[in-house]
Design a protein around this ligand. Structure first.
Ligand SMILES: CC(C)(COP(=O)(O)OP(=O)(O)OC[C@H]1O[C@@H](n2cnc3c(N)ncnc32)[C@H](O)[C@@H]1OP(=O)(O)O)[C@@H](O)C(=O)NCCC(=O)NCCS
Length: 159
């Protein structure tokens, strides 16, 4: 018998403070540092959903919409949108928060694909993601389209 797992467990919110070591010469945050935080927030959501080690297979386009400065808070929200057999699409939204006013601004977002692996490092089946509300339904449908597009692109890129 398999217990029903609530989708609440695969939603993650992480807050970081931007330190001088995260910044470039003009005092804004390194893009690579944000990518690392995005990857980590997504990995936790994927692992929570699958209860497996989940490795990053790919990250779709990441646009940096708003500059992030030393001293700002970065709030990352991630959730599993879709599951295949062994893979999971995770969406991550990054917001920058002014620590003095609490105002939050959308800074970046990305979609990542994680693959759950077994003890031998081989892809292994994950529990199916079943949308539980209209918002999850919408994200799930959009994720299915993106998965199709990734598969098509991969086919085109093969020699
Ligand atoms: C990700 C990885 C486990 C996939 O292994 P593989 O042998 O290619 O797996 P398969 O071809 O059987 O595909 C397994 C699943 O991964 C998905 N997948 C594989 N490569 C993918 C990619 N580049 N993007 C999105 N999904 C991908 C497949 O669609 C499939 O999904 P499904 O089971 O839900 O249908 C393997 O490529 C790997 O170990 N990569 C390195 C991961 C890593 O180290 N990440 C950290 C980077 S620093």
């Amino acid at each position: 018998m398999s217990a029903k797992r609530s989708n609440k467990t695969n939603k993650v919110e992480v807050t970081h403070i931007v330190l001088p070591s995260h910044a470039n010469a003009v005092g804004t945050m390194f893009g690579g540092q944000l990518m690392s935080w995005v990857d980590l927030a997504a990995a936790i959501a994927a692992s929570r959903h699958s209860h497996r080690i989940a490795v990053t297979a790919s990250m779709d386009q990441l646009d940096f919409i708003h500059p992030i400065r030393v001293g700002d808070y970065v709030v990352l929200k991630s959730s599993v949108n879709f599951t295949g057999r062994t893979s999971m699409e995770v969406g991550v939204r990054a917001e920058v928060e002014n620590p003095l006013t609490g105002e939050r601004v959308y800074a970046a977002s990305a979609y990542l694909t994680f693959v759950a692996i077994d003890e031998l490092g081989k892809p292994t089946q994950v529990p199916q993601f079943i949308p539980e509300n209209p918002e999850e339904e919408r994200r799930n449908k959009a994720a299915q389209l993106r998965r199709q597009q990734r598969i098509e692109l991969k086919k085109q890129q093969q020699p």
